[in-house]
Structures are given as structure tokens and as C-alpha cells.
Design a binder for this molecule. Sequence first.
Ligand SMILES: Nc1nc2c(ncn2[C@@H]2O[C@H](COP(=O)(O)OP(=O)(O)OP(=O)(O)O)[C@@H](O)[C@H]2O)c(=O)[nH]1
Ligand SMILES: [Mg+2]
Length: 325
Amino acid sequence: MSAGEGSKELVERMLAGDTLALPRLISLVEAESEAVVDIMRRIGPHTGRAYCIGITGPPGTGKSTLVDKITAVLRERELSVGIVAVDPSSPFSGGALLGDRIRMQQHYLDPGVFIRSMATRGSHGGLPVTVQGVIKLLDASGRDVILVETVGVGQTELDVVNATDIVIVVLTPESGDAVQAMKAGLFEIADLFAINKADREGAPRMKAELETFVAMKPGEPIPIMLTQAHRGIGVDELYEEVERRRRVQEEDGELERRRRQRRREEFLEMLQRKVRARFLDFAEKDDQLKELTERVAAGELDPYSACARVLDDRQWLGKWLIQGG
Ligand SMILES: Nc1nc2c(ncn2[C@@H]2O[C@H](COP(=O)(O)OP(=O)(O)OP(=O)(O)O)[C@@H](O)[C@H]2O)c(=O)[nH]1
Ligand SMILES: [Mg+2]
């Protein structure tokens, strides 16, 4: 049986609701198996139905707890849920992963909820390159709503905007959170703010501060919600706000614009990654390039001239682009 035939059967089973097929397909996508091209082509027509919510913010603000409570709200409405929790791949995050599992325990036995943890892309963070593929599988499998939790500082949080339809930035009244979030660029990507741990001191002040900031931005003001995720307080209201926003996005074409942009970036980033991989592979074996590199290393040729030489050589470019590694 070829890879194609295997994935055809798996995709058919997943589309028919077989719960064992989904995790197997996800594993293929995460491993960047050769079958992925075939899988994506097959599931393509079945995607675009799910609404994808990104939940991000500084560490420990209560994102997982909120995901858990939003999931409960969605289940009450009989909506099925897919959860992707992206954790830093550092060995120190083992605790956080375990924590997520424990916090989301009440949903583990619910067939209407599918939970997948993924590791970030190395030390610089960033969403794993395969996360879009996993989201598509969840979408095609018929999940109504997909929740993507990202933790870590910097890139992972920012990337989430390219993978989701709406971004909730979760902060707490704790001093420093807002500053950290602002520095990390989270204010630019927020569609909605949740000030969680509103049971703690300083929530109204934090809200007032955020309102001042939000008022400076053009366009519709970003809603700021107060939540106490551990008690489930404010979560219904938060979700209502998500729904309201979704309706606006659907009506004014913003959702489609966002998805177009996402598809564009996904393709270009993928192409860039593949071209780079192919180049590096080829470069390792190419004598001409090795010789040129050595001349640059020896200081005989400057890197600018060496680069120009490579890029001007159509024959050489054609060779690696077509033949690959
Ligand atoms: N006081 C208070 N504690 C909360 C609230 N929401 C969550 N917590 C607690 O905050 C701690 C961190 O919650 P998590 O949900 O793991 O936070 P997180 O943002 O997912 O954490 P990371 O994924 O590690 O960044 C847990 O002990 C929660 O019980 C809240 O509204 N008030
Ligand atoms: Mg978490």
C-alpha cells in the first residue's frame, strides 16, 4: 500500500467520524510525512467551517483555565471543540504540559472535545510549522470551534494571529503584565482583552489603563472583559463577545480577508522553508559552491561578490532548484 492509499483511507475514516483516524493523521502532519500533500488535498474541501480562536498572553495568566472554561461554555451549546495547546519545547515546560492536562481533565473523556499539545519550534519560539495543518485537520474533522493556546514570550504569541480568526490576549491585574504584553507586541494583535484573575486587586485600574490605550487606536475599540477563569466568572460574557465579533467579521468581510491573508502567508512561508531546505541540501554536495565558500573563508573573495556570482549563474540556480538535493 502506498502512502497515498493509506492516507486516502485515513482521511475517509476521519471524515466519517472515526475518532482514531484523526490523531493518526495529526501524527503524520506533525512528522511532516510525505503523505501530507495528499492529506491536505483531500481535506481541503472540508475545511473553512470551524471558527478558530487564539488565546495568548504572558505566562501564568490563566490561559489554560480560560480555555477549559470556554470549552465548557461551548459544550453547553452543543458545539464540538478542538484544542491545540502550544508549549515551549524546553524540558522545563514538562510541568506546564502536565498542568494543562490536569486543568482540562474534565474534558478528556468527552468525545466532543479533542485536545492536542504541540511543542514550539525550537528556542526562538514561534508556532510549530505544522500547527496550521493540525488546525485544518480538526476543522475537516467537523470541530465547530478550535481553541489555540500559545504560551512563551515573543514569536509564538505573535504568530497566533496568522493562524486564527480572533485573538484573545489574557492579562492579569498583576503589575508588569500590561508592560510586558505591550513590549511583546501583544497589543497590536489583540481583538479582545481578558483581564483574568479579576478577583485580585487592581483589576478596575488595569481596565481603565487599557481603555486609555484602546481609545488611542483607530477603528472599533477593542473590548476589555474581566474574568475569573478559575471560578468560571465572566466566561459566558467573554464568549458572547467572541460571537458578536464573529458576526461582525462575517458581515463586513473581515473574516474572509483574514483567511485570505493567512493562506497567502502559509503558502509563501512554506515555499520559503522548502526552498531553503532544498538549497542547503544541495549546497552541501555542490563542489562549485564549496569552492566558492572556501575562497570567501580564505578572504580571497568577498561575500558580496560571491553571492552575486551565484545569483548570476542561471545554470547553477536551475541545477539546485530542479534537481534539489
Ligand atoms: N486568583 C485567580 N487564579 C486564577 C484565575 N484563573 C486561573 N488562575 C490560576 O492561575 C494559575 C495559572 O493558570 P493557567 O491556566 O495554568 O495559566 P496559563 O496562562 O495557562 O499558564 P501557562 O500556560 O503556563 O502560561 C493556576 O493556578 C490557576 O488556577 C483567576 O481568575 N483568579
Ligand atoms: Mg497554559
